[in-house]
Design a binder for this molecule. Structure first.
Ligand code: MIC
Ligand code: SF4
Length: 645
């Protein structure tokens, strides 16, 4: 018998063998897009020339671009709604909730594969779904019925033993894993949760853990489908389908990590990385001016209920702005029905709509150089919208306790008994009216406003790449640094020429101009380049600005795939010393590009300044080399596989 991961992969395997490190292709059942990545995904789907989606269930959620300070976001929503109506995609309307939360509640089904154009797609792993984040173009290909290709990861068993104590939550389990493994610890790995400690965890708790597996850089994270899954699905409505998926007792894994839940206490991730994890005691007393409860990590009905219980009958500290974002309309409606919203309001909280909101810098940027404590999953520098804000991440319990005190506080010090709230209610409130289930309608018109710019056309890879080294970066550069989001930039996601002006804006405001003037340029980075978001914009804009090669010590999985998809060559150092020798004034030259890549050996580049020869590596498959050769996946798909359709 196999583990849960391998069972689902075997059922969906189209090509290859389940041997870690080799290329496999799997059939994708469900797809998910959100608006900030969805506009490009549907433009790309349209460019493939198909009139309807081919996969079992395709969903388009609107949750990121919700501040409508100009026409742009409203135009995007209209475009998405009309594209969904044409292609036969379910459309979850703005206000219905964060994609991962709504998906878990209403559409996730154990044993399915899900590909989503958002890095937190693995949230559905809490329900026994093999759920993977990818760039929008990969999702467009899955909607076209194409299998998804990836390198088979190692499967790591995370054995949970014991049980969570009072005031300790699922967030603390994943923060503990981040503390141990770091933001690079999940690269090339899938985390499969096993052990007796799994049984007591509800589906929403499991989803908090699989959601933040993205911060480890993992391909995905998954729980078995068991009695807890059945309970959750029953509470979500009788029509939802359940099947048991358990790991065999003799299931083999590539590695094992054991976490003793009894030994855990409340944890906090400090600025500016989700793996900068310390105990709440270590950071208690830090003044906070903002506390935010929400995001796809911790905004379930239970998360809201427990925070409300802590706040009940009290008022938040006068120096704290407490903002609450219920993860979905379902959670919002239930919180309203049960008086939870009233408790929040009476405590002085500000209630936002069900959307990503502050998590992606769409409003609620904290005050200058202040600290914000959030139940979210990412705290990269500047992501909140305030460059010098310090963002801490913790459970809803720690957040609520801290909002009362005005300082980061240990909820165990609250002079109240631990609130007894069922982990899931007997019945969730079901109302699917805000999801439009579209049958395909090829005659429908796609509506485009001026913000929907045509896709840039990319040319084939030349046989000689030479150009300046434009930027030298350090380790763990996130896609938030490459292509910032936030209220000003996010509305331009469907307009690559306009968006490109903001590439690396917070790192080097001169970058976009310099790049445009010097096409054929190179970028150099340290380890884990491109961690975080799945936004393919971080690759497209660079390609649009003329960047042809990124040389890094290592790459984050989704971003490396996105670079290839848009015709940028990702190379890695064989000798890390070469990284130290490169400087931003260098001129790099690579000859016989295709032949060098095909040869499989070291890839040689000359630095025209000083004449040093660099020996680099690539781990591109034959398919990826072909994609690069023709200038990207869209060109490849149009010329090849889909041409016959
Ligand atoms: C994020 O959390 O960074 C986002 C915004 O959800 C992204 C997607 C995007 O950039 O649109 C993600 O995680 O993939
Ligand atoms: Fe939205 Fe934040 Fe979740 Fe990304 S991490 S999907 S921005 S709530």
């Amino acid at each position: 018998m196999f583990g849960v991961t391998r069972q689902i992969l075997r059922e969906h395997l189209v090509e290859g063998e389940l041997i870690a490190g080799t290329e496999i292709a799997i059939r994708i059942d469900h797809t998910l897009t959100q608006d900030a990545t969805g506009t490009l995904a549907y433009l790309q789907f349209e460019a493939l020339g198909l009139d309807h989606v081919r996969n079992e269930l395709a969903l388009s959620y609107v949750d990121h671009n919700m501040l409508q300070t100009g026409f742009e976001n409203a135009d995007d929503h209209r475009f998405l709604q009309s594209a969904a109506a044409k292609f036969g995609v379910h459309y979850s309307r703005p206000g219905n909730g964060i994609c991962h939360q709504v998906h878990l509640e209403r559409f996730a089904a154990p044993g399915k594969t899900l590909l989503g154009s958002d890095s937190h797609t693995p949230t559905a792993g809490g329900m026994g779904v093999l759920a993977i984040g990818a760039g929008g173009l990969d999702v467009a290909m899955a909607m076209a019925g194409e299998p998804f290709t990836m390198t088979m990861p190692q499967v790591v068993a995370v054995r949970l033993i014991g049980g969570l104590g009072q005031w300790v939550s699922a967030k603390d389990i994943i923060l503990e894993l981040l503390r141990r493994e770091g933001v690079r610890g999940g690269r090339g790995r899938i985390f499969e949760y096993t052990g007796s400690g799994v049984e007591a965890l509800s589906v929403p708790q499991r989803a908090t853990i699989t959601n933040m597996g993205a911060e480890l850089g993992a391909t995905t994270s998954i729980f078995p489908s068991d009695g807890q899954t059945l309970r959750y699905l029953k509470a979500q409505g009788p029509e939802l389908s359940w099947r048991a998926i358990a790991a065999g007792t003799d299931a083999a894994y590539d590695a094992e990590i054991v976490i003793d839940l009894d030994a855990l206490g409340p944890l906090v991730a400090g600025p500016h990385s989700p793996d900068n994890v310390i105990t709440v005691e270590q950071v208690a007393g830090t003044l906070v001016e903002q506390v935010a409860i929400g995001s796809c990590t911790n905004s379930s009905y239970h998360d809201l209920a427990i925070a409300a219980k802590i706040l009940e009958g009290r008022t938040v500290h006068p120096n704290v702005s407490l903002v609450i974002t219920p993860g979905s309309r379902q959670a919002f409606l239930m919180a309203e029905r049960e008086g939870i919203i009233e408790t929040f309001l009476r405590a002085g909280a500000r209630i936002l709509e069900s959307a990503c909101g502050p998590c992606i810098g769409m409003g609620q940027a904290p005050a200058s150089s202040s600290a914000s404590l959030r139940s979210f999953n990412r705290n990269f520098e500047g992501r909140s919208g305030t460059p010098d804000a310090r963002v801490y991440l913790a459970s809803p319990e720690v957040c609520a306790a801290s909002a009362l005190a005005g300082r980061i506080s240990d909820p165990r010090d609250l002079a109240i008994p631990y609130p007894v709230i069922p982990l899931i209610p007997a019945e969730y409130l079901i109302d699917d009216t805000q999801v439009i289930a579209n049958p395909p309608n090829p005659a429908a018109e796609i509506v485009r406003g001026p913000n929907i710019a045509p896709l840039p056309i990319f040319t084939a890879l030349p046989d000689r790449l030479s150009g300046p080294l434009l930027l030298k970066l350090g380790d763990d550069v996130s896609t938030d640094a490459i292509m910032p989001a936030g209220a000003k930039v996010l509305p331009l996601r469907s307009n690559i020429p306009a968006l490109a002006a903001f590439a690396f804006a917070t790192v080097d405001p001169t970058f976009a101009d310099r790049a445009k003037k010097q096409p054929g340029s190179f970028i150099v980075a340290g380890s884990n380049y491109g961690q975080g978001s799945s936004r393919e914009h971080a690759a497209i804009v660079l390609r649009y600005l003329g960047v042809r090669v990124v040389i890094a010590k290592s790459f984050a999985r989704i971003h490396a795939a996105n670079l290839v998809n848009f015709g940028i060559l990702p190379l890695t150092f064989t000798d890390p010393v070469d990284y130290d020798h490169l400087t931003p004034s260098d001129l790099l030259d690579m000859r016989d590009v295709a032949a060098q890549l095909d040869a499989g050996g070291p890839v040689r580049l000359t630095n025209a300044v000083g004449g040093r020869v660099l020996e680099l590596r690539h781990d591109l498959s034959a398919r990826q080399r072909e994609i690069l050769r023709v200038g990207g996946l869209l060109n490849h798909a149009r010329q090849g596989v889909l041409a016959a359709v």
